[in-house]
Design a protein around this ligand. Structure first.
Ligand code: ADP
Ligand code: MG
Length: 333
């Protein structure tokens, strides 16, 4: 399939600050792509480069196969939903949505019709006459989305679009956004620092750290086979086993990661096992999470069935897990 957005060795420096360095990525048409990483890792800079609000210091950007250099933002087949929505408070919702088309010189009846359709799409059909102050946070988010969709972009960039919403609404909007993307077939590039958001919505996720992409993959692959301690720890929760401990288990002196839900209690045939001291247990509804110590300085977590009965704190327990779920990492030893 053709590529909707491609970065080839793209860097952007601000004086001494290397906001992004050596980014390579290739987003396919119709893909839901997420950029995941901690604050300051270069995600917004990548979106601004794609949208044309910034120019790369080095490297090349291609949109639908065409070099993007020198193409101004409004001539790119890309629209952005900004983190702060950037709505105009003095305008009605309908005028906010129609604004981009007005700037492009689209006649009034056509742009009003298009804006009404875009509002229908985000389930705000009856809200065109209101001002932004009369809307909830979730509704403002939808207006920002409608304002981008009205331009019928090939690629939609979304910068932390759900960051301002509370948890329940955020989860509902995650499902809606995903459904809308499938329905419209537009390429989405979503920026988030929330790993569960990236995993649940995206076809592929690029994990950012310190201005670089450290791993790209489908959510399941990233979760099952993180390559480094950083990715293992940032995507889901992980136990990190130091080389000394891994060596005792399988003879390889390397860092390894192990997911809490892959550990069970008691010795079992064909599994690796470790003796540990139970230090605490907490009831999380669907499961029971325990913390155990192996030796003096390795603290591990295991997620066990909620109904399990546990020995008292300070008891010695045996942890067991399949040899193949112990994920070997590439970090230097
Ligand atoms: P993220 O969106 O992942 O939080 P950003 O792309 O906003 O990260 O920023 C990446 C790095 O680049 C940060 O260290 C940030 O301070 C720096 N940066 C971003 N924009 C500018 C700018 N206009 N001038 C100087 N430094 C910047
Ligand atoms: Mg940002």
């Amino acid at each position: 399939m053709a590529s909707a957005l491609r970065f080839s060795s793209v860097s952007r420096h601000y004086g001494e600050v290397r906001a992004v360095a050596g980014i390579d990525l290739d987003v396919a048409e119709g893909e839901f792509f997420a950029m995941l990483g901690p604050s300051g890792s270069g995600k917004t800079t990548c979106l601004r480069l794609a949208a044309g609000f910034e120019q790369p210091t080095e490297g090349e950007i291609f949109i639908l196969g065409q070099r993007a250099d020198g193409v101004p933002p409004w001539r790119r087949a890309i629209n952005t939903v900004f983190q702060d929505y950037a709505l105009f408070p003095h305008m009605s919702i309908l005028d906010n949505v129609a604004y981009g088309l007005m700037v492009k010189g689209v006649d009034k009846p056509t742009r009003i019709r298009a804006a009404m359709q875009a509002l229908e799409l985000v389930k705000l059909g009856g809200y065109g006459d209101r001002k932004t102050a009369q809307l909830s946070g979730g509704q403002r988010q939808r207006v920002a989305l409608a304002r981008a969709l009205v331009n019928k972009p090939s690629v939609l960039l979304l910068d932390e679009p759900l960051g301002a919403l509370d948890l329940k609404l955020r989860e509902a909007m995650q499902e809606e956004l995903k459904a809308l993307q499938k329905e419209l077939g537009i390429t989405f590039v979503l920026v988030t620092h929330d790993q569960s958001e990236a995993l649940s919505m995206a076809d592929r996720v690029a994990v950012f750290n310190a201005g670089q992409i450290v791993q790209i993959g489908a959510p399941e692959d990233l979760y099952r086979q993180p390559k480094t301690r950083f990715v293992a720890d940032f995507v889901g929760s992980a136990n990190l086993l130091p080389p000394m401990l891994t060596e005792q288990l399988n003879g390889q002196r390397r860092w390894a990661s192990l997911r809490p839900e892959q550990i069970s209690l008691g010795e079992q045939d064909g599994k690796l096992s470790l003796a540990a001291t139970l230090s605490s247990a907490s009831f999380l509804g669907a499961m029971r999470r325990i913390a155990v110590r192996v030796g003096n300085d390795v603290l591990l977590h295991a997620d066990l069935p909620a109904a399990i009965s546990l020995p008292p704190q300070g008891s010695t327990v045996t942890l067991s897990f399949d040899p193949q779920v112990l994920n070997m990492l590439e970090d230097a030893v």
